[in-house]
Design a protein around this ligand. Structure first.
Ligand code: 26Y
Length: 822
């Protein structure tokens, strides 16, 4: 490979400098003197991307040649975060780039800040997809990510007078050096129209979806590089473009205007990411988005397969399709449509292929997150797809009938179609019926999928259900975001941990090493300093570095119980006011997270946190013993600063509600201790790090269920907890909202009357656990021991481990290393 050795992609400092200068000149049209930091960012990014290109081509060639099976990860969200630092690190030229910039009086850190954070996801599910893509490349598995190139990602959050305000996230406004459009691979996608049955002379029948409106999907590819290897996989995101029909071949002004409107309408499909996290809205545009990217992806998969093979019989030997929740579940029906209508394969065979190729991951138990589409809407938008779903369902219910004759109630529960005044298509049912594997994302969650969410399906096909506990990539979430800790680790146990995180156990040998322990504390302090500077620049005060940095960052949702955290702060405040001599460790409470724009209660919680912050931060009696900060616009790049600076990680969801959590893993990996419930992956984290190194509180999932079943009454708990009562009374009194004393009445009413997420039941135990945190923090040696135990035992939560399990147990993939000399 000629390019491999050309100086254009050389790895010496001189080569790199040369190519940055060339891109400055030829790509940005600037000389050094007139270059802005943005130009420098663009030039470095292009120079870095150049170094991926031959690896990228070679990866594709190798997969093609070796007929390697690939996974196609279908996801409506990829929350990838910034690319430059990650690519430099994975290429092994981060320090090289740092020094060559240094020579020109520039700081790489500042240049990295020029990159806008691609926020193409809401939260955990989208970030998991990004970690998976990185791990797949690092482990040298052939993989494609398929999704949508939203023009606007998750909104930018501003806090105005304590309230969340949303602003459009125009993340492409400065261009995007990482993506490559592939116009030649564009795909047409059909909507609306009707289905025509044609009977042929031989008596066979075929279905034709006609009179459709076509939208074009244009793929934009982003390279995903493995850690210090030659694997470069592809993240292929589809952008909607009007088809030629809209090309204004019109006769009068009215037609012209309609043509312009329709063009804009069809291109709106990939305009914006829906910002609702775990609450389905049932909007037609959202269904259009889902079918759009799924149809493009399936067409792409089939096209590539047919280029290599002249049969589709071996499709499941060549590709594994994984559905990231139900958002792409329509893939089951679309693959059937393509195999039957376009490839003339018989139903039975098509079904066998579809099931063998498809796997489904569930990410949530919340009933409001389960997607259902009204049949009338579905029928209008995708008539042929609905027909196929009905046929899948008819055959499926026959199967149910054979197994449980005369059990109509069971059939009603299992059916893909929900009956009612308006029928609905249940996307989770379609996904389960059309897959050979259904998995949850943590042990408890997978268990609850079988016993609570889909017990009838589990009865029917117990072998289909399995667990894959989530993980996070240690390259971004340790190596990149915490360089000092990474160096301290590498110094002691060498650098193998970044590739195999289980090697972190070796650090346990240094548990009693005073020098290492002091270093761990010094690193945490430095990371707190870095975070404190961000807080100072945004909030005008610098938090006390000796205080406990107590952090809860995640989407705002009632089940995640940011409000419980807030109640604890209020109770602590009241304790301190009542007993000024009380000797408790100072704390800085840090919050961050976005609320769905239509989620009024979550937005009110943000306002409450900010109003509480306002009162407490300015109370002279409290000084800096309690500070409260809500950091606006929490996103991947802010997480990379916040997480390494945390002492305490708040993972306090009501048990049975958080499917896994992945933030919990990132915090423990960066030397924070967890205050948490027995929910999601918390359970497994505690198992790994040891119960004595984890601050546990609260009801267990089965206790929650029991209480709900026997009629939960929050007042029972409020009456018995003077602290809780006092905190609620203070909010209700308008103390935190003197300008509008009844502002938080909805919050108090919910807690007193319903308390859906059982904050009242868990409050006292939470307070107790927080008191223990306090006591423990006063003994730095003991605290450090716990931190090191967490670090040394967190290896399981690398997404490398998760991906190995998917590859072995669901996808049947084997690594396919890339040799550049081949
Ligand atoms: C239907 C639509 C409104 C919708 C949009 C986003 C539904 C769900 C979602 C997002 C779900 C999500 O992010 N779930 C999270 O997935 C993580 C990765 O598996 C888990 O760690 C986390 O517990 C779970 O809440």
């Amino acid at each position: 490979v000629v390019q491999n050795h050309s100086s254009r992609v050389g790895m010496t400092p001189e080569d790199l400098e040369q190519s940055v200068l060339e891109h400055l000149f030829y790509t940005c049209g600037k000389d050094l003197r007139s270059a802005t930091p943005l130009d420098v960012y663009r030039a470095i990014s292009h120079a870095t991307r150049d170094r991926l290109v031959h690896r990228w081509l070679q990866s594709k060639r190798t997969y093609f040649h070796h007929e390697a099976k690939r996974v196609c990860y279908l996801s409506a969200e990829f929350l990838i975060g910034r690319a430059l630092a990650q690519n430099l690190l994975n290429l092994g030229i981060y320090h090289l780039a740092e020094t060559s910039l240094d020579h020109r009086g520039l700081t790489l850190k500042d240049i990295l800040e020029e990159e806008l954070d691609p926020g193409l996801g809401n939260g955990g599910l989208g970030r998991l997809a990004a970690c998976f893509m990185e791990s797949l490349a690092t482990l040298q598995y052939p993989a494609y990510g398929y999704g949508i190139r939203y023009e606007f990602g998750i909104f930018d959050q501003e806090i105005a007078n304590g309230w969340q305000v949303e602003r459009g996230d125009d993340w492409l406004r400065r261009g995007n050096p990482w993506e490559v459009p592939r116009h030649e691979l564009s795909v047409g996608v059909n909507f609306y129209g009707r289905v025509e049955a044609r009977v042929h002379v031989d008596g066979t029948k075929s279905m034709h979806w006609v009179d459709t409106q076509t939208v074009i999907g244009v793929p934009y590819d982003t390279p995903i590089l493995g850690y210090q290897n030659n694997t470069v996989n592809t993240l292929r995101l589809w952008s909607a473009k009007a088809s030629k029909e809209f090309n204004f071949s019109v006769f009068n002004d009215g037609d012209y205007r309609r043509a312009v409107e329709e063009k804009a309408l069809s291109e709106s499909i990939s305009k914006v990411l829906y910002p609702n996290d775990e609450s389905a809205e049932g909007k037609e545009l959202r269904l259009k988005q889902q079918y759009f990217f799924v149809a493009c992806s399936i067409a792409d998969i089939i096209r590539r397969h047919k280029k290599r093979f002249d049969t589709l019989d071996n499709l499941p030997d060549q590709i594994a399709i994984q559905l990231n929740d139900t958002h792409p579940a329509i893939a089951v029906a679309e693959l059937m449509r393509v195999l039957i209508d376009e490839e003339s394969i018989a139903w039975e065979k098509a079904w066998e292929l579809t099931k063998a190729a498809t796997g489904f991951t569930n990410h949530t138990l919340l009933p409001e997150a389960l997607e259902k589409w009204p049949v009338p809407m579905f029928e209008r938008l995708l008539p042929r797809i609905l027909q196929i779903i009905y046929e899948i369902n008819r055959r499926f219910l026959l199967e149910v009938h054979v197994k449980w004759p005369n059990d109509d109630e069971r059939k009603r529960r299992l059916s893909i179609i929900e009956e009612g005044p308006v029928k609905h298509v249940r996307m989770a049912h379609l996904a389960v019926v059309g897959s050979h594997s259904v998995n949850g994302v943590a042990e408890l969650h997978s268990e609850l999928v079988c016993t609570q969410l889909m017990p009838d399906f589990h009865d029917m096909w117990p072998q289909r259900f399995n667990n894959k506990t989530n993980g996070v990539t240690p390259r971004r979430w340790l190596l990149q975001c915490n360089p000092d800790l990474s160096e301290a680790l590498t110094e002691r146990i060498s650098d193998g941990w970044a590739r195999d995180l289980s090697e972190l156990t070796k650090i346990l040998e240094y548990k009693d090493d005073t020098e290492f322990r002091a270093e761990v504390r010094a690193i945490k302090r430095k990371n707190k300093e870095r975070l404190a500077k961000v807080i100072e620049s945004r909030h005008g005060f610098k938090p006390n570095l000796d205080s406990i940095f107590d952090v809860q960052v995640k989407r705002l949702h009632e089940y995640k119980r940011q409000l419980l955290n807030c109640l604890h702060i209020i109770a602590l405040y009241q304790d301190m006011k009542e007993n000024p001599e009380s000797d408790r460790a100072p704390r800085t409470f840090i919050f961050g997270g976005k609320a769905a724009p239509g989620y009024m209660m979550a937005k009110l919680h943000i306002k409450l946190i900010n109003d509480v912050a306002d009162i407490i931060n300015h109370d002279p009696a409290i000084r800096d013993r309690i500070k409260v900060v809500f950091l606006s616009n929490y996103n991947v790049s802010l997480a990379e600063i916040i997480i390494p600076g945390a002492d305490i990680s708040e993972q306090i969801s009501m048990a049975g509600k958080e499917a896994s959590g992945t933030g919990n893993m990132k915090f423990a990996m960066n030397g924070a201790l967890t205050v948490g419930t027995l929910d999601g992956a918390n359970i497994e984290i505690r198992e790994e790090v040891g119960a004595e190194n984890f601050f546990l509180f609260g009801l267990k999932a089965d206790e929650v269920r029991g209480l709900k079943g026997s009629g939960y009454n929050p007042n029972h708990y409020i009456e018995r907890s003077p602290r809780l009562r006092r905190a609620l009374d203070l909010i209700a009194s308008g103390f935190f909202s003197p300008d509008d004393p009844s502002r938080f009445q909805p919050v108090v009413n919910e807690l007193r009357n319903l308390d859906t997420y059982m904050l009242c039941a868990d409050f006292d135990d939470y307070f107790r656990a927080q008191f223990e945190v306090d006591q423990c923090y006063r003994d730095p040696e003991n605290w450090t021991s716990k931190v090191i135990e967490n670090l040394g035992n967190i290896g399981k939560f690398s997404s490398d481990r998760t991906i190995e399990q998917y590859c072995k147990e669901i996808w049947n993939l084997t690594p396919c290393p890339i040799d550049l000399t081949e």
